[in-house]
Write a new protein. Structure first.
Length: 415
């Protein structure tokens, strides 16, 4: 039977893959963090990779706050165009090394804006690093000949559910300028500003900006405050994804879909959990999550699942079999496997897929569905016909690897 075929990590590494939920500031090389910290006179808890892995970038974390410590350190070495370009370039190389052919790198540009670096320069720097890695990879003979698919990428701009004047020079100025506005209104205005900056980076600066995201603490900072920004993103033809249902209940996912018109959901772990419903006006939580899941399924809203990250930030998933990913697969939802943060979570796309295979007894067809959803539900920067051609090329290469490692798999009769 198909599910008895051994799916090895080496096989998964060779497959063309995507990572649609990939934070730039969570995926720096430790050697680069150490080098840039020394150059910028940034104090680290340790200046060895082993020490940083022991003290900051751990295998497991005590809390979400503990998990986020590393981001504060990395942010301090992402304050020049050169730093941003280098970190982006190396991130693309690391993905290419393990067979990832398409990435969407997300970060919050407003965290890196200051008097010496404006928003468009931030976007340009990240794009330069990714573009350099893409050009180098795509000049390889096997890519030039069409034997293998090229490497492609997009950039997603993260708006923040919450910030204060201490987050960055940009946010300090923004809070001061809007001193007569309500706090929630200021959050929404900053997101609106970011949407226009993202569109300008795409249209005027030529950066491969493909979408917007909403990140930060869910509880107390609902998506609805960013509705105007997301409507503007829709008007400007930017893809829309939202962190939702990770640190709050299914209502957060519902608002992301109905108020922000999200096409993808980051994490979404509470989607199928009636016990996670917080709103007392919802009298039948089971029916609520069932209906919400039907909306997600029928609209093909893709869930960006990050297994290791969820294990590290939510004690309920320390035993991975308890993760709702298995139920998502059973319901045939559109799901793609992502890393979230390669360095903070000490993982790769290959490792995440292997975890999914081993824990949830996935068969080759399941793996194929996960990977094809990643390609199909991407916010690809080109035209739709170009995207279709690219997806087809990647999946044809997938089938070549599949045949080489596993032999001919019986085609899915439902197709």
């Amino acid at each position: 039977m198909e599910n008895k075929i051994k799916i090895t990590k080496e096989y998964l590494k060779q497959l063309p893959k995507t990572d649609l939920h990939l934070h730039l500031d969570g995926s720096i090389r430790l050697s680069t963090l150490i080098e840039l910290a020394k150059e910028s006179d940034v104090k680290l808890p340790s200046f060895t990779e082993e020490g940083l892995q022991e003290l900051v970038f751990k295998e497991s974390y005590d809390s979400l706050e503990d998990y986020l410590v590393g981001f504060g350190l990395v942010g301090k070495v992402m304050q020049t165009a050169e730093q941003l370009e280098r970190i982006s370039y190396e991130l693309a190389l690391d993905n290419q090394e393990e067979g990832v052919r398409y990435i969407e790198v997300r970060f919050a540009p407003q965290l890196h804006v200051h008097e010496g670096l404006d928003t468009l320069s931030v976007f340009r720097a990240v794009d330069r690093g990714l573009s350099k890695a893409k050009s180098e990879f795509n000049r390889r003979p096997e890519v030039q000949s069409g034997e293998e698919p090229p490497f492609e990428y997009g950039i997603i701009a993260c708006a923040m559910r919450y910030f204060n004047e201490h987050f960055s020079e940009f946010y300090s100025d923004f809070v001061r300028i809007h001193s007569f506005s309500h706090g929630d209104r200021i959050l929404g205005l900053a997101s609106f500003e970011l949407v226009h900056a993202a569109a300008s980076a795409r249209d005027d600066a030529g950066a491969a900006v493909v979408g917007v995201d909403l990140a930060g603490p869910e509880e107390g900072y609902p998506p609805i405050h960013h509705r105007d920004a997301y409507l503007e993103a829709q008007r400007l033809f930017l893809g829309k994804t939202v962190h939702a249902g990770e640190a709050y209940g299914p209502e957060s996912i519902f608002q992301a879909i109905t108020e922000l018109h999200a096409e993808r959901i980051g994490h979404g772990t509470s989607l199928l959990n009636p016990a996670a419903v917080r709103d007392p006006s919802i009298k039948n939580p089971r029916r609520y999550v069932d209906r919400l899941a039907q909306i997600v399924a029928s609209r093909r809203i893709t869930l960006e699942v990050c297994l290791t990250s969820n294990q590290q930030t939510n004690p309920a998933y320390r035993r991975l079999a308890a993760h709702p990913f298995g139920d998502m697969m059973d319901l045939r939802l559109s799901v793609t496997i992502c890393t979230d943060n390669r360095t903070v979570s000490r993982t790769t796309v290959t490792n995440e897929l292997h975890k999914a295979v081993e824990t949830f007894d996935l068969c080759p067809r399941d793996v194929k569905h996960l990977i094809v959803y990643g390609f199909k539900r991407s916010f690809f920067p080109g035209r739709y016909d170009e995207k279709r051609k690219y997806v087809r090329q990647c999946m044809e290469y997938f089938e070549k690897i599949e045949d080489k490692y596993l032999g001919q798999i019986t085609p899915d009769p439902s197709k």
